[in-house]
Design a protein around this ligand. Structure first.
Ligand SMILES: [Zn+2]
Ligand SMILES: [Zn+2]
Length: 141
């Protein structure tokens, strides 16, 4: 898997992020929590665990489930991350990044929760929620 450094920032510039080794693969999550949070599917990138922030005091973290939490800028509301509690692994929004690898949209998870009003034309791997928990972690104990 190609991995490279990524740099991003929120809309108001209060929070800046540096990822040491991010994937170039974008996955869409159609679960109801992501759709409520984003106002649409969450276009996320696996950013591993080596993530550092500037302006950390502007980050608010919402405890969204037993297994994960979600961070956002308290000033401008930009979504910053979905983080697994178990291993502190970050999944960050694709378009948070100004510098990083060229991205490929290659998977969709919680496909059974996707509403009918939209459908991506991209050819991607598709997984159910149960399959994605098995592959990436999270889910009920
Ligand atoms: Zn901000
Ligand atoms: Zn989701």
């Amino acid at each position: 898997m190609p991995e490279s450094k990524g740099e991003g920032r929120c809309l108001c510039d209060a929070v800046q992020v540096v990822v040491e080794a991010m994937s170039n693969k974008v996955g869409a999550c159609h679960c109801s929590t992501c759709r409520k949070w984003c106002g649409g599917p969450y276009m996320a990138i696996d950013c591993g665990t080596e993530v550092s922030f500037q302006g950390e005091d502007q980050i608010r973290v919402f405890d969204s489930s037993e297994w994960a939490e979600r961070g956002f800028c308290q000033n401008c509301g930009t979504h910053l991350f979905y983080r697994l509690k178990e291993n502190q692994r970050y999944y960050m929004p694709a378009d948070l990044f100004d510098e990083g690898p060229e991205l490929v949209f290659d998977s969709q998870v919680f496909i059974e929760d996707k509403p009918r009003y939209y459908c991506f034309a991209n050819t991607t791997k598709e997984m159910t929620g149960a399959e994605s928990f098995a592959e990436y972690g999270g889910g009920e104990e």
